[in-house]
Design a protein. Structure first.
Length: 431
């Protein structure tokens, strides 16, 4: 059973802080194992990737092409049911429409000194998209990562997704083709991340790696960062729901379990002003758990990491929500817009009783790659801008140079950089 906290008690802050600090996810140290895998890929390239793939996925790859005769993206996509294809198409179109609105503008201006300044946005040349396998197939993850990349103008999108024994979900294959993925390699794990970062066989290195994965994938992304860019180090899934007396307990229970079923490390929290709502949701969760095919991991997540929090009012609820900085935040209250202004930290916010988090996972168009583990305090979800970079531009004519040169010269001298100083003074005929 999930734990119950009462924010009105004197020891709440201390007890809840301990709860938030409890570890979730893999606790074993995977850093050394990942370091060895990366070193192996760097030294042995495609041969090492093929060896790991045979060991972990029982799939034979050509070490040069990193392809298998047993995995054909077009053949697999053809096997995707028509109604599922329609759902993928619907989601892809909405994701594209949402992210097209995020286009930033180039800018140029001339300041008071006559110096021309501005910035330009340009797309990355290449991106690697990691799509997890294992417990479920995730065509939505393909769309959320690849669609914005192609809209941004990324010329080369290389997707990796493990295909154990040659099995890849047809919906994942169809989503990859729909999103415009340029290359696909049936590989996964830390070895796939290393191959994207450093190259292996015909897989050339990419400039940035995006997409979630297990603890080994997350650690590999951490270790290759600097060689390539990464989106984030994703942790276990999270949902926080703020509910008042107008909320439907059965709906809230379903929303909480939508994240608990991801894996046993997921976290679901309900904050409410009503003890009656808490009790009703608790009963509904227990009832719904028994009907889930994912009951085992959902129950473990709920019992281990779930929580109820009773608060005096919605203002207190917002303050606690900002402390949690959850990946997903639902405002299941009568007037959600009135509370939104008080929310500073959340990956994505879902307003009202008819906006379950699951809509955002798939079809609102907003990206579902979001900061976890309280990272929403300082980072944002994946967006078009993650596949762009900003270059600053400046131009000084003789008058602008004359206005800026004295201060630049003085600062260069103060920092003990004579070549910097000379590059200014030489243009004044004083150097």
């Amino acid at each position: 059973m999930a734990r119950l906290f009462d924010a009105r008690t004197l020891d709440f802050d201390e007890n809840f802080a301990k709860f938030l600090a409890e570890p979730r996810g893999a606790v074993e140290d995977v850093a050394e194992t990942v370091r060895d895998v990366i070193a192996d890929i760097r030294a042995n390239g495609g041969e090492a990737v093929a060896r790991y793939t045979a060991q972990f996925d029982e799939l034979v790859l050509d070490p040069t092409t990193l392809q298998s005769d047993n995995v054909d993206l077009h053949r697999l996509a053809h096997a995707c049911p028509d109604d599922l294809k329609e759902a993928v198409d619907f989601a892809a179109d909405r994701i594209a429409a949402y992210h097209e609105k995020q286009w930033p503008e180039d800018h140029e201006f001339v300041d008071d000194a006559g110096v021309q300044l501005g910035w330009r946005w340009t797309a990355l040349d290449s991106v690697g998209v990691y799509v997890p396998g294992g417990l479920a197939s995730y065509p939505s993850s393909v769309l959320m990562n690849a669609v914005p990349a192609k809209i941004a103008g990324v010329e080369r999108v290389a997707m990796v997704a493990p295909a154990p024994k040659g099995q890849l979900a047809p919906a994942v294959a169809y989503a990859a083709l729909k999103a415009g993925v340029d290359e696909y390699y049936p590989i996964g794990g830390a070895q796939a991340v290393a191959a994207l970062a450093f190259g292996a066989g015909r897989l050339k290195p990419v400039d940035k790696i995006v997409g979630p994965g297990n603890a080994y994938v997350a650690e590999a992304k951490r270790q290759v960062f600097g060689q390539v860019g990464i989106d984030t180090i994703a942790g276990p899934s999270e949902i926080l729901v703020i509910a008042d007396e107008t909320a439907n307990p059965d709906w809230i229970a379903a929303d909480l379990l939508s994240q608990s079923e991801h894996d046993a490390s997921s976290q679901s929290i309900l904050i409410s002003t009503s003890k009656a709502v808490v009790n009703s949701v608790d009963e509904a969760v227990e009832k719904q758990l028994k009907s889930l095919s994912t009951e085992a991991r959902a129950r473990q997540a709920w019992d281990t990491h779930g929580a109820f929090i009773l608060v005096e009012d919605l203002s207190a609820a917002a303050a606690i929500a900002n402390q949690i900085a959850a990946e997903h935040l639902e405002l299941a209250i009568q007037d959600p817009e009135s509370l939104l202004a008080s929310i500073k930290h959340a990956g994505a916010v879902f307003l009202g009783h008819h906006t379950p988090e699951a809509l955002g996972d798939y079809v609102t168009g907003s990206n579902h790659v979001l900061p976890t583990s309280r990272a929403a305090r300082f980072s944002s979800g994946l967006g078009l801008y993650d596949f762009l970079k900003r270059m600053s531009v400046q131009k000084a004519g003789p008058e602008g140079f004359a206005a800026l040169a004295p201060a630049a010269l003085r600062l260069a001298e103060a920092e003990g950089l004579p070549a910097h100083a000379r590059s200014v003074s030489i243009r004044t005929n004083k150097g």
